[in-house]
Design a protein around this ligand. Structure first.
Ligand code: SF4
Length: 470
């Protein structure tokens, strides 16, 4: 169960900001993603039209989500897959454990899946005596480090090559040089290949579920997704119920924007479609395929004021663009989905009171909306959550006092003018370059600096214009 208080967020954000190595890792990675995205989208003839199309597809699909899910289930069963519906994380984990235990599984290889992070599947597998091995390079790195992912797309984005070399050296029992990247990846490949061959089950997420054929689509860059879903005799895919595309044509629009928006590639290296288990005569492939459709609070959002967030295709572009994420990194959020999308999604799935700080982890600058391929109005959703906190009396007594005081001043123009006049005098030691440079104590997360009060108010200038003095 996720829980992030203001105190938790401020403490972890301040720690992240003070960590020079972390800052340089986040800066480098988010800049690479951002510039890659801009270049990749520039190759498209009508990127705005394509984004509009994706928005229309996602919105129409969610309006008839139940029908599309039924079609998906029917077609997936017809193709030979087993389909389970999981109301929540506990049910999803139980299905996976039951399947694993029915097959006597002791070792599970996994490809990167945020849904399995969301339900904390690895811990459940371990408790049941099944060893989960992450096979996406970034996920494997953080598994070795015992950490959660810090980014939807780049889970180990916060790690430097020196830290990675240290982790791998511990694993292979000899010192590996941090500058020899080919050697590090070769070692990872060697170790992981043994796991693929020995695994009893393969577990993946699902980028898209295509309803018309009951197919699960995986988008990966390392080929590990293909090995996870075809080398072990059993494949289990965990898919959030919102990840449905009614047709392959719809999926094609989704895919045209997914990799471009996330890593800046025209396409990911591997786009894999799985439609049922191996057929007679197939040289390889799993004998059984199970698809777990994960609700975990999503169905309640359909038709609500927040259902736009279900249009998310998990590209991660909003994280890379967010000035707060760029400062504090993913771990500060304390939840599996970080950045603007996580700040909206986690309170909706796991409770606003439990995650009160997350809707405030934003400067509301709108950069997330600008880059979102599905044009999700994240600032509107964040503001709505904040308004709900006020309505539900979730603010601290100090915050309530401050809000009431501001509301009182704004209702009394003379008082407002008197106070802003005083503000102009007292802000002088803090105002530089048009901004108020607040001491770190008053701005611990390094959030947006307040603009300084203008030297003269618009009203006084307007009065002078009217009087012909200006
Ligand atoms: S909210 Fe938009 S930008 Fe952020 S991960 Fe989802 S689709 Fe990508």
């Amino acid at each position: 169960m996720s829980s992030v208080s203001f105190k938790d967020f401020r403490t972890s954000a301040a720690r992240a900001i003070a960590d020079v190595r972390l800052q340089s890792a986040i800066d480098g990675a988010t800049l690479t993603f951002r510039t890659g995205r801009v270049k990749a989208l520039a190759d498209l003839p009508d990127v705005d039209g394509l984004r509009d199309q994706l928005k229309a597809i996602r919105s129409a699909t969610l309006a008839r989500l139940a029908d599309h899910l039924e079609m998906f289930e029917q077609q997936a069963r017809a193709a030979g897959s087993h389909v389970y519906w999981a109301r929540d994380a506990a049910e999803a984990n139980r299905f996976v454990l039951d399947i694993a235990q029915q097959h006597g599984a002791k070792l599970a290889v996994k490809s990167k899946s945020m849904a399995t992070e969301e339900i904390h599947l690895n811990a459940e597998l371990q408790n049941a005596g099944i060893t989960p091995v992450e096979t996406d390079l970034g996920e494997w790195i953080i598994q070795l480090a015992g950490e959660p992912p810090s980014h939807i797309i780049g889970p180990a984005l916060h790690k430097t090559r020196e830290q990675v070399a240290e982790l791998f050296s511990r694993e292979v029992g000899r010192t590996l040089p941090p500058d020899d990247i080919p050697m590090l990846t070769a070692e990872a490949r060697r170790l992981l290949r043994e796991q693929f061959l020995a695994a009893d089950i393969g577990i993946s997420g699902a980028n898209i579920g295509v309803a018309e054929t009951g197919s699960v689509v995986l988008v990966t860059n390392e080929g590990n997704g293909r090995l996870v879903t075809s080398a072990p005799p059993v494949h289990i895919a965990i898919m959030g119920i919102e990840k449905i595309a009614p047709t392959w044509d719809d999926a094609a629009v989704w895919l045209a924007l997914l990799a471009r928006s996330s890593t800046g590639q025209p396409m990911s290296c591997y786009t894999t479609a799985i439609t049922g288990p191996a057929r007679d005569g197939d040289p390889d492939g799993p004998r059984e395929v199970y698809i777990v459709l994960l609700d975990n609070g999503r169905a309640d959002l359909v038709g609500s004021d927040y259902d736009e967030i279900l249009q998310c295709i998990r590209c991660g572009a909003c994280l890379n663009a967010c000035p707060v994420y760029q400062e504090v990194g993913g771990h500060s959020y304390g939840v599996p989905y970080s950045g603007p999308v996580g700040a909206v999604l986690m309170p909706l799935l796991y409770g606003l009171a439990e995650n009160e700080a997350l809707p405030h982890a934003s400067s509301l600058c709108g950069a997330c909306l600008d880059v979102c391929p599905a044009r999700i109005d994240l600032p509107r959703l964040l503001l709505k959550l904040r308004a709900e906190e006020v309505r539900e009396h979730m603010l601290t007594p100090q915050e309530r006092l401050l809000e009431n005081a501001v509301a009182f001043v704004l209702r009394h123009p003379r008082l407002y003018r008197a106070l802003t006049g005083l503000g102009r005098i007292f802000q002088r030691p803090l105002a530089r370059g048009g901004l108020l440079r607040l001491p770190r104590r008053l701005n611990p997360a390094g959030e947006r600096q307040l603009p300084a009060l203008a030297k003269r108010s618009f009203r006084s200038m307007w009065n002078e214009i009217k009087d012909g003095q200006l």
